[in-house]
Design a protein around this ligand. Structure first.
Ligand SMILES: [Fe+2]
Length: 266
């Protein structure tokens, strides 16, 4: 995890360098308000508009994630919190975002952390033989398991965002199981349990078991960093290399975040 100050606002090449080195950059306190956040993200490249969430300001690609759900409320409602499953952002798109950004407008008093997984570092936990096998495979990614009416956000009561799902099929894209980070040039496992439905070249039974093995290895504690939010903290990460999930047990207070995805030529 890297840290930065105002230099990344003055010079985006500094950000590119930090992303290559660390994959994930924390910028505490620099962005003071939502207007400054909008201004900052717009200089980075073209924003990716969410197919499922409303924008805070039309054309900015920025969405607001907000909830103040206690563990008891969550349990009583049978609900889930948006983005509580592991994922890389929007891998169901043909061209997923290169960069994802969260800015904390209001941190809860307790809880609401985000956990990040370095899928490049995790490569070291697989054997060369197994990685050779993975390099021959492609993941079939779909928004259907999360955003369709029969998906996780369609079936459960959702806290934190209001997805607009449209159909049962969802958006679908096929990507290599291992990709190269546009920032570091290192290989990363590019499969996630929220959107990767199967491995294209395998039978469904083989695919389910190989994916389970991959996810058990990928999300081992050794590959993770857990971040506690503070007001006005911003985190920027390489969306090819870093998977993430929100941890929402025991949240006290309101967690309000602005989120943006960027399609940027590295
Ligand atoms: Fe996300």
């Amino acid at each position: 995890m890297g840290y930065s100050d105002e230099s990344i606002v003055r010079d985006t090449s500094e950000l590119t360098m930090l992303l290559a080195e660390h994959g994930l950059v924390v910028v505490p306190g620099l962005i003071r308000d939502s207007d400054s956040f909008i201004e900052f993200v717009q200089q980075l490249g073209s924003v990716v508009t969410s197919p499922f969430l409303s924008e805070v300001v039309t054309g900015t690609g920025i969405t607001r994630l907000e909830h103040s759900t206690s563990e008891g409320e969550l349990r009583a409602s049978g609900g889930i919190v948006f983005e509580s499953g592991w994922h890389n952002d929007a891998t169901f798109l043909e061209e997923p975002p290169a960069i994802s950004i969260l800015w904390c407008e209001n941190a809860p008093e307790v809880g609401g952390d985000t956990v990040f997984c370095d899928a490049s570092f995790a490569m070291t936990s697989f054997s060369d033989q197994f990685l050779g096998f993975l390099r021959t495979l492609h993941g079939v990614h779909s928004s259907g398991g999360s955003f369709s009416t029969s998906g996780a956000y369609g079936v459960n009561q959702v806290f934190g965002a209001t997805p607009r799902w449209k159909d049962e099929t969802g958006l679908q894209a096929v990507h290599p199981a291992i990709v190269t980070s546009p920032f570091s040039g290192d290989e990363c496992v590019y499969l996630n349990p929220s959107y990767t439905q199967r491995l294209q070249e395998l039978t469904h039974l083989e695919s389910a078991q190989i994916l389970e093995l991959v996810f058990r290895t990928l999300f081992m504690d050794e590959h993770l960093v857990r971040l506690t939010w503070h007001d006005r903290m911003m985190v920027i990460w390489d969306n090819s290399r870093i998977a993430h999930r929100a941890v929402n047990q025991g949240v006290v207070g309101t967690r309000r975040m602005l989120h943006c995805n960027i399609r940027m030529a590295a």
